[in-house]
Write a protein of this length. Structure first.
Length: 314
């Protein structure tokens, strides 16, 4: 019996079965980093002036991440048995070019380089841009406060990590790493977690912008300045486990009355900076993080005078 002879280019061997899950995760990881840099790019472009070098750096990194995304998608396609003809038709590549550019070895090489490269990119993108961040291990930094707030919202939402992962279109393991601060947080993540928790994402927006180094108080609407300030306070409260008023009064060691505390969170009074500083510190935050928002609220028209005396703090 003669063995059939295959006519045409050789078909690349299908990767092992567990490769599909690995490539799927790589697609999610690249897509998430692209979302994170896109958020940063949008924030930079909205400013009156920006550093063109930073724009070019992000543009280059987005191009690199796009290649990682394509390589991961090709690897995933092969792992689930997709024909090469279908793959190259979507990449506008010839069959020969597809085999060379996205060989199994080349795809795996890109994925091996992807994780450490993305970690370095994420650090360089925010280095020097976020004066509020005092390092990944500093529990008072804005990025760590953001993660703490998101973790509290998820924990108290009643939803499982699997349900949140489905909303984010990622693996549950990715959600776990996200809530431990081991993956970059995008605005889409924040919105999804807030939606699952039944609160408006606006509550976390000032904290998110501070954590990303994209907060520009000069661009804030003066009419919303006091609201943004109070959103930040509320986000810090969530990050601290959402203590009630009595617990908060204990944290500031009785230096504020309950009416003063309610005014700080709900208005109409705006606390003096000395009071705000003490309250922010009690909520495990660097007070300097909220200072630009306090300044903007203080400068806004029709801001009510504080009922809290700075002298109460000595």
């Amino acid at each position: 019996m003669n063995t059939p002879v295959r006519i045409g280019p050789p078909v690349p061997p299908r990767p092992p079965r567990n490769a599909a899950a690995r490539y799927h995760h790589a697609v999610q990881d690249a897509a998430d980093h692209i979302s994170d840099f896109s958020d940063r790019l949008t924030a930079l472009a909205a400013q009156p002036t920006f550093d063109p070098g930073e724009i070019l750096t992000i543009s280059q990194q987005l191009a690199n991440l796009g290649e990682d995304l394509a390589a991961s998608a090709v690897g995933y396609g092969r792992a689930i048995g997709t024909r090469n003809g279908y793959l190259y038709s979507h990449l506008n590549l010839s069959p020969e070019r597809l085999r060379k550019k996205y060989s199994t070895a080349e795809v795996d090489r890109r994925l091996a380089d992807h994780a450490p490269a993305c970690d370095a990119i994420a650090r360089s993108a925010t280095a020097g841009k976020n004066p509020t961040a005092s390092g990944a291990d500093d529990p008072r930094s804005a990025p760590r406060r953001l993660i703490a707030a998101l973790s509290h919202l998820h924990t108290t939402s009643g939803h499982t990590q699997a349900a949140l992962a489905k909303a984010l279109s990622v693996d549950p393991s990715y959600v776990s790493r996200l809530l431990r601060g081991q993956r970059p947080v995008s605005w889409n993540h924040v919105k999804a977690i807030c939606d699952h928790s039944g609160i408006t994402a606006d509550t976390l927006q000032p904290l998110y912008q501070t954590a990303m180094g994209s907060l520009n108080p000069s661009l804030l609407n003066p009419g919303n300045a006091a609201t943004n300030f109070r959103h930040y306070l509320e986000a810090l409260r969530l990050a601290s486990g959402n203590p009630d008023d009595q617990a908060l009064l204990a944290l500031v060691r009785g230096a504020m009355h309950d009416t003063d505390l309610r005014a700080a969170f709900h208005g109409p009074a705006l606390p003096e900076w000395t009071v705000t500083r003490r309250l922010a510190a009690a909520l495990t935050s660097h007070p300097e993080d909220i200072k630009p928002l306090w300044d903007a609220a203080r400068a806004a028209p029709r801001t009510h005078a504080s009922t809290v005396r700075a002298e109460a703090f000595g």
